[in-house]
Design a protein around this ligand. Structure first.
Ligand SMILES: *Cc1c(COP(=O)(O)O)cnc(C)c1O
Length: 389
């Protein structure tokens, strides 16, 4: 298992690169997290909400017809799309909102790209009686109109962000600005394994329920460990959520799939490992897409949830030590997988998750044994995008 050191580094990646004003807030969050980790009543409250509100454990569905199109292996889908609000994001949003409440912070801020994290956070805040403000880039607001309406229905204030590329990274900048100003009353719920320590660790821990459940379910169904585990990687929370409990099992091959977009030219994709370099963005050191002057590059993906120029620091570490492989999948291939899974298995996957499936469509011939893919979310939010294409 990888654990960050005291300063929050996974090897050379991670850390806390933030203005002085936020250091105290990060320390407060970290000690609150350490406290709830030991607190049985917190675990009980969280488990109760996960079971009776979120709908955990999520199903593990075998997908034999899709598997046949890929190659000769057994394929299991971990159905995070069946969570309340339609994706894995709620696992983390509920956990962090519960911590905020215990810290006495009544105001929650969040950023969102696809809108899934914003909806999950707005839902957690409605459930727990917290005020909620969500920052969202104007481009993403247009792409994910329905999620904007959903957040407002749930009582959240959605603040449009019109700076930069008007997508996720700009929304994070605005959320950090808000946090610096209102840090005494406000907790910032980051939606992926990104940002300064302790976020990458906390988000991972709340998402690791995915892999723990998957291993137990596979043990019951097949009597053994999976041979391969695959997940799409935006910031990396659904992937690390699937991988975390599997890391000690060296026989399991693990694959993270990034957005290959329209092609390998900078600006056309969000493949941080093939196209990025070491850098610092939003408080953490990791692989970052940047130009020759170190300016953050524009990114592109058909799926808003993968459209981010950096990747969680633990993934950068896992790649460096060779424990997890990272590949990418193009827009077109993801779209093909989106249609094929829908037609063959009766499951409409999120375009994000379709990247993991697309990689398997193209590369599955060389794989054997049991494969588990994290189906991070449902595709309903993407239907207008796909219809427009
Ligand atoms: C947000 C999102 C992602 C990407 O975020 P990760 O932190 O990389 O998991 C993937 N799939 C869905 C459905 C999402 O909503």
């Amino acid at each position: 298992m990888t654990v960050p050191n005291k300063q929050g580094f996974f090897g050379q990646f991670g850390g806390k690169f933030v203005p002085e004003t936020l250091m105290a807030a990060l320390d407060e969050f970290e000690s609150a997290y350490k406290k709830v980790k030991r607190d049985k009543s917190f675990r009980r409250e969280l488990d109760d909400i996960l079971a009776n509100f979120v709908g955990r454990p999520t199903a593990l569905s075998e997908a034999p017809k899709f598997a046949e199109m890929c190659g000769g292996f057994r394929l299991f889908l971990k159905r995070e799309d069946l969570n309340h609000t339609g994706a894995h994001k709620i696992n983390n949003a509920i956990g962090q909102a519960l911590i905020a409440k215990r810290m006495g912070k009544q105001r929650i801020i969040a950023e969102t790209g696809a809108g899934q994290h914003g909806v999950a956070t707005a839902t957690a805040c409605a459930l727990l009686g917290l005020q909620c403000v969500v920052y969202m880039g104007e481009v993403d607001m247009a792409r994910q109109e329905l999620n904007v309406f959903r957040m407002r229905l749930l009582g959240a204030e959605v603040v449009p962000v019109s700076s930069g590329s008007r997508t996720l990274k700009d929304a994070i900048n605005e959320a950090i600005r808000d946090w610096v100003t209102n840090v005494r009353t406000t907790h910032y719920i980051i939606g992926s394994v990104l940002g300064p320590h302790p976020y990458p660790m906390v988000v991972r821990d709340f998402q690791s329920v995915i892999g723990r459940e998957a291993l137990a379910q596979l043990r019951k169904r097949t009597g053994k460990l999976p041979d391969v585990a695959i997940a799409c990687v935006g910031g990396g929370s659904n992937a690390i959520g699937l991988f975390h409990a599997m890391l000690p099992h060296e026989s399991i091959r693990m694959i993270g799939v990034e957005a290959g977009g329209r092609g390998p030219e900078l600006g056309n994709h969000a493949a941080r490992f093939s196209g990025g370099a070491l850098g610092v963005l939003h408080g953490t050191r990791s692989m970052v897409l940047q130009d020759e002057h170190g300016q953050i590059a524009e990114t592109h993906s058909i799926s808003a949830g993968l459209d981010y120029p950096s990747i969680g620091p633990e993934h950068a570490y896992l790649q460096e030590i060779g424990r997890v492989e990272y590949h990418d999948c193009s827009d077109d291939l993801a779209l093909e997988a989106f249609h094929k899974l829908s037609e063959s298995e009766g499951i409409i996957p999120a375009l994000e998750s379709s990247h993991a499936l697309g990689w398997l469509l193209r590369n599955g011939a060389s794989i054997s044994g049991d494969v588990v893919v994290n189906l991070s979310g449902r595709g309903d939010k993407d239907v207008p995008t796909v219809a427009a294409l």
